[in-house]
Design a protein around this ligand. Sequence first.
Ligand SMILES: [Zn+2]
Length: 572
Amino acid sequence: MARILITSAIPYINGIKHLGNLIGSQLPADLYARYQRGRGNEVMFLCATDEHGTPAELAAAKAGQPVAEYCAEMHGVQSDIAQRFGLSFDHFGRSSSEQNHRLTQHFAGRLAEAGLIREVVEKQVYSNADGRFLPDRYIEGTCPNCGYERARGDQCENCTKQLDPTDLIEPRSAVSGSTDLEVRETKHLYLCQSAMKDRLDAWIDSKADWPVLTTSIAKKWLHDGDGLQDRGITRDLDWGIPVKKGDEDWPGMEDKVFYVWFDAPIEYIACAREWADANGKSDADWERWWRTDKGADDVRYVQFMGKDNVPFHTLSFPATILGSGEPWKLVDHLKSFNYLNYDGGQFSTSQGRGVFMDQALDILPADYWRWWLLSHAPESSDSEFTWEKFQQSVNKDLADVLGNFVSRITKFCRSKFGEAVPEGGEYGPQEQALIEELTRRVRAYEGHMEAMEVRKSAQELRAIWVAGNEYLQAAAPWSTFKEDPEKAAAQVRLGLNLIRLYAVLSAPFIPHSAARMLDAMNTTDDGWPEDVAAALSALPAGQGFTVPDVLFAKITDDQREDWQARFAGTRD
Ligand SMILES: [Zn+2]
């Protein structure tokens, strides 16, 4: 039995995510986790909310709540939606957890001892009215280049000129609008990534099996221009993990917190500790996933993320781990995704354009979305959601192919043999040919799933469903029954066994429907078909079943047009 650690990029706390976010990391990670569990492997699947930083503070202010309260509430909301989408995390943690506080401070202490943190005095804009330093993008004013009145301190979005806050004419706080600003000196900590460049370079070179897209992004950051730069890891904020050196205070760094990019990936580890604490487990139970000196040396660690997150995961987080000098598990494989676009444009959280996770579940069950998103995953390039494509895929793949198969065979059996697997007859050449085809296809499906080729896996699964339909069409037990009821009984027995086989194979994609299929077959046997022929005899003659209600309802043209108009923009 293999042991597989899986993490999904952690979603930011400020609101409900859209379907583009979902397919960019959490959903394919869930597919892989469910598949590996289905194969009998030991899986630890972790995700969390990313809760620190100025956007969380501003979202809380907008909601009229203290930031801690806002984050706790939004964590609950995101956790509930994740569960309803069938995301099978072993733990859905929080980057603001006590466990992450301690671990982040621990890593900072180790890095400081290793001489990999330096202190830098910087000048930064302070707002007297807000009582805080302002990040560049939270200072607004008139652009000196084009006169646009709402230019941000980092860039003018009208003329795209890169700016410094001090370039702005009549600068003001984007938080309060106050113009009572001054430039103050403040001290920050920098992680000396440049000193780690060679170690990171050698580590990336050892990853010969990584996609070129991934390694080329990492190499670009390592070598372009002046090479890998040191990064600030602290901020002048209230909300965050207080800057400490392990358990000790850090002189001169009182009232500062770690920058969100430093503590967020450490939450991958802290999340395992949260899991242990929440489930009455010991430190040894979570450390065997993360410490190579405590049992994790045989763990395969796989990360899922959108392409914009690749630099953090290939360089910044490994720099933290390698720099600590401690035997923490490094990523073995990194699966990254391009973007999903929405109906001729982009998903937009700010403009409410596209379908958000809660809205999706309000109109259709999770499995419809899971199937479409996974079978159209943006792997080799960006992909696009359109309502036409969605309707077509749901109606053809799910309703016409899989749903129809289940309905036909169970209803036919009920009408001729009753609601139990019929006995009599034997599998002949037609059945043997199907078993051979399915064996070949199931092995191909396994290969694609192991390789995390999401679209290819979906295509192979669909072909497996189609093979059953074609068999049923050719065998035609409704005709056979008239001349040779025994032969028809064997055909129906095979068909009912195929429902169980399909449930097992399809569960990673459509877990809720797969569970209904097993229920209908009155079985809890979800064993993987290592031997397809044996798997097709798993349901013995005489085993009772029930005809399930419609598994997948078709999407009508009226529904499609209605939804298309409803999600065109401006979520209220
Ligand atoms: Zn401008």
